[in-house]
Design a binder for this molecule. Structure first.
Ligand SMILES: [Zn+2]
Length: 67
């Protein structure tokens, strides 16, 4: 036999718990190089710069595929 709850939870108890679960907007910082919104403490995805240094080459949106 599966374990059963000993006491019934009130609706408000469930709803209070559920009210704490919500969507949060990610914290974004502006890139000092290109003013693109980026995650703080990460290299900019647009220009590839982190703290005045180029970490990686920027991702180009339209790249011709060679097949
Ligand atoms: Zn940038």
């Amino acid at each position: 036999m599966a374990p059963q709850p000993k006491k019934r939870h009130a609706k408000s108890r469930t709803r209070t718990r559920k009210s704490a679960i919500k969507l949060v907007m990610p914290k974004l910082a502006k890139c000092p190089k290109c003013d693109n919104l980026k995650f703080p403490h990460r290299a900019c995805p647009k220009c590839g710069y982190y703290s005045e240094k180029s970490i990686k080459s920027p991702v180009s949106t339209s790249q011709p595929k060679s097949a």
